[in-house]
Design a protein around this ligand. Structure first.
Ligand code: HEC
Length: 143
């Protein structure tokens, strides 16, 4: 077999390895950012605040879990990005008050994507697939 023949699959393998490495670096970076900026409210294990479905005495909602038991995976990529960047009040509008702040002064767009990629990486396949589908129909609707 000539060298050219062996070189092709090797290059493909190296490319695949580099891509996987890039994806896992992105997730590692996101995990560190999550621990620093989100875990205080959403929980170190993405479990959310206790009794998160019940409104607080302030009238605001507690932080929901980001794992499969919450509803983070019910939102498209675009919505998750806007919520994290601008905060919930800005996204909901109509004077809605929320304890979920926007992180635009603290995190770059790239860092927001990394945190969200980390959160997604913890979901089981059916939640991930459902969220991909929601993202797809959200995109189709906004075109
Ligand atoms: C100071 C507390 C606090 C911090 C820190 C915080 N959040 Fe939140 N987050 C909340 C609260 C409270 C809600 C629910 C707000 C509501 O429903 O009005 C929420 C909701 C959300 C939602 C919507 C979830 C859903 O199911 O609808 C997303 C997405 C989110 N947060 C992402 C993040 C990310 C990413 C970070 C870190 C970069 C973060 N949050 C940091 C308090 C916080």
């Amino acid at each position: 077999m000539s060298a050219a023949w062996t070189a092709v699959p090797l290059a493909a393998l190296l490319l695949a390895a580099a891509t996987n490495k890039a994806v896992s670096d992105q997730v590692d970076q996101g995990q560190a950012l999550y621990a620093e900026t989100c875990a205080s409210c959403h929980g170190a294990n993405l479990e959310g605040q206790p009794d998160w479905r019940r409104r607080l005495d302030t009238g605001r909602m507690p932080a929901p879990p980001h794992d499969e038991t919450g509803h983070t995976w019910h939102h498209s990529d675009a919505t998750l990005f806007r919520i994290t960047k601008q905060g919930i009040a800005a996204v909901v509008g109509n004077g809605y008050k929320s304890d979920m702040p926007g992180f635009e002064n603290l995190l770059s767009d790239e860092e927001i994507r990394q945190v969200l990629d980390y959160i997604k990486s913890t979901w089981p396949p059916r939640a991930r697939e459902a969220q991909v589908e929601i993202t797809r129909s959200d995109r189709a609707a906004s075109q």
